[in-house]
Design a protein around this ligand. Sequence first.
Ligand code: HSO
Ligand code: ZN
Length: 449
Amino acid sequence: PEKPKSDRIVMQRIDSASATEPELLETLKRPSQKSPDAILKIVTPIIEDVRKNGDKAVLSYTHKFEKATSLTSPVLKAPFSKEMMELPAETIRAIDTSFENIQKFHAAQKDDKTLRVETMPGVVCSRFSRPIERVGLYVPGGTAVLPSTALMLGVPAMVAGCSKIVLASPPRADGSVTPEIVYAAHKVGAESIVLAGGAQAVAAMAYGTESVTKVDKILGPGNQFVTAAKMHVSNDTNAGVGIDMPAGPSEVLVIADKDANPAFVASDLLSQAEHGIDSQVILIAVDLTEQQLGAIEDEVHNQAIALPRVDIVRGSIAHSVSVLVKTIDEAMRISNEYAPEHLILQVKDAAKVVDLVMNAGSVFIGEWTPESVGDYSAGVNHSLPTYGFAKQYSGVNLGSFQKHITSSNLTAEGLRNVGGAVMQLAKVEELEAHRRAVEIRIQHMDGKK
Ligand code: HSO
Ligand code: ZN
């Protein structure tokens, strides 16, 4: 029997031809997050507690929030036992295949050849990269287990050559970690798994405890508490810890024209919608007839009601939108303004449209490229900028685990060539010691002692 209309899982529509620009932007607004101040009020005392009381504090939060009351240590050290990573052969194969593809793609991002430029005769500037030594990788718990996130963070860390890889993930109520995550940790050569989630896990890795290794950078997605904690510790100059990027709820923007298969389009929208009720999915329909758009909407509804996570989907579809536009240029203008974490191009000559992409975390090109291949196994990273941060941030990549160090190396001739400019600017800035550091050497060359 037909479902009553009100039960229909359908995205709100907006027609760019009749809507004003502010109206359009208003509909494309991300679902609002809790006020950062409110969240900070909750996480700050937790962070302080862990900083002061170390393991004891971490354990007490894990007992309380994860109900893992049997845990006596917040850390599982490598080597991990075989029993902890017992998995069906097909899961092992899937993790291995994904691991290899992610490894290949991130290894190709290596730039370990030193970049060397002689800017003037005798003035050589170089740049080389070094791994960040100790990294902390946060793998969220919550409504889904995410071994894929352990791979997306761990594999590039391993490829970059980070010497200490620490994973953190909230344990299950029995105190254990899902075997998939342990196996991923084992494959990337993690030294330990911190059995904690939330702000307490972030604080433990930022400051270190009796048993948790202090790290230099914390990466990985998480809820608002994790994100607030990452921001807080990265602002504490005494912690000396960096973070990857601010994180918000997940999102996808699909651009579809009349060549697109409605069932494929719907399946991509729903893959993102099932992540969480705060996820947002946007469809930009390029010059579709009422019938074509209706076909996509029917697919969204029909596929959604068959999903185990249909209730989550209902939540996210409620703040999701279909935007009707006439041309691909208009679609891309809106997409670039929205700056989606994932951009899916289900349009004619999709590969050419990539030239128009200015802001996006990762692009999925053509009808045979669902987002899920990138989420798991193609080789690209799935830890991407959300909430519009694709305008200024890149997703996690090899460079996220490296520093670039520069060097200069001058000959006497080089110093003569560039010294005049240096001395003049030092004079302008009235920094006399700077000026003399050049002058003293030039006098020395000239034999004036
Ligand atoms: N789509 C998510 C990543 C993920 N999907 C993990 C499945 N597992 C990132 O936005
Ligand atoms: Zn996903």
